[in-house]
Design a protein around this ligand. Sequence first.
Ligand SMILES: C[S@@+](CC[C@H](N)C(=O)[O-])C[C@H]1O[C@@H](n2cnc3c(N)ncnc32)[C@H](O)[C@@H]1O
Length: 477
Amino acid sequence: MRTIWYMGAKTRITDSILEAVDAAAPEGRRVLDLMSGTGVVARTLADRYRVHANDVQRYAQTIASAYLEPTLGFRVDLERDLGDAFRENLAPLREALLPALALEQAYLEGFGFEASSPSVEVGPRLAWELPSAALTRARRQVPGDDKARGHAYRSFALRETPCVLEGESVRGVGAFAGFTPLLETRALAARRLDPSCFPYQLATTYYPNVYLGLRQAIEVDSLRYAIDQLRGPRAEGKRRLYLAALLHAASVATSATSHFCQPRGLVRDSEVRAVLARRALSIPSRMAAYAAEILAGQASRGGRNRTSAADWRDLYRGGIDVDAVYADPPYTADNYSRFYHVLEVLVDYDYPELSKGGKSKGRYPLLSRRHRSPFCVKRSVERELRELVLATAHRGAALVLSYGEENGLLLRTYRDRGASAREARKRFVDLARLGYQSVELRTRELLHSGQGDSNHRVTELLLVARDPRPQEADPCA
Ligand SMILES: C[S@@+](CC[C@H](N)C(=O)[O-])C[C@H]1O[C@@H](n2cnc3c(N)ncnc32)[C@H](O)[C@@H]1O
């Protein structure tokens, strides 16, 4: 099963999770995937259970909903469904930014990448060529020598490309002159008041040559516009499916390593190549492929499922009606909202205010717009897990909890305070015993290839907690 690129997706252990949930709740019952991320676990569970998928991030709900709440009688056809509106949004952006687009294509060609033309897979309206005169001019500006070309591209991408700044009208110069009207403070203010202003240009003004190539950014905006224009009887379901497919395409096209944190500095020539390989990807082609995959993988009994985007406490406060909860909280101090902010922004599409006046390299929305999880903080992680256990028990549901042994913040904290690995594990199990009479710890070893430390062994822990103890107080009250 393919998913968006995601840290900690449970793709490799869905079988163990399914077995654990089977042990906690009989088939056919209702299961809540409390922090669904990519949705891969919820998708697996949906074959046997009525599934409620929740995550605090709205992009995660969009993806889960596309799989779990299918639209019947629908065939993927991007060209028919999105082609005209895509072209409508594309036209003014393409015209204004033509010299920069032509230069980007000339750089891609110079490095041996085919400038992506998706016509074969997705049809002529989603394919767009640049005029040959503009390309000829651009090709003349790109150095033939590898070293000089790398140097010139670095300057094009990092120094010359203008982006929206908070409170400042930015001027584009040279090939980027056409950006100037798009980057005026008035243009940004108007879109913040009414994000549906035409043309859609959020990715083009926030992320060009940061997280997406220029062509890709225009494609993302124009597809996002086209999705919003869908009308007709199945429009709602189509919107969910196409938006999930667009998120998937953006996720694999990221110019950062495998997420949207810390854009690459293009210091080494190998980095320039790696980034251009990503920027050569066609967003419409990728999106068409993922839309077809989502359609093929949709739950067959979708009417039984539901999705939500809430902090787990708020969801619990509103009442949950399930037999078992599968919880896969963040293991480390890294907040997901920092790594996947671009996906959240593409779902909300409301031109958020950026932190540090928009000058920060990462183009992160203000901290107040980014969810920060107590699971990611050393001093609160134990309390958060304990309260999750007690609140789930209070609601009479069984609990299956995933956690990392070596990199799990709580177990690391125990060990840092002097506990042996064995004692740390025992304290983790004891936490679940506060809420449940029957607690079993299952383990699964995996080879993990993280950045710079490939193939180290990690142990995935799965707590299976049954028979809730009667609880007087509700930690969520
Ligand atoms: C380890 S990931 C889940 C991965 C998922 N099981 C999968 O296989 O794709 C943890 C998720 O918890 C979510 N999350 C963090 N804090 C949360 C909270 N307080 N309430 C709900 N979701 C939360 C994050 O947005 C993230 O998607």
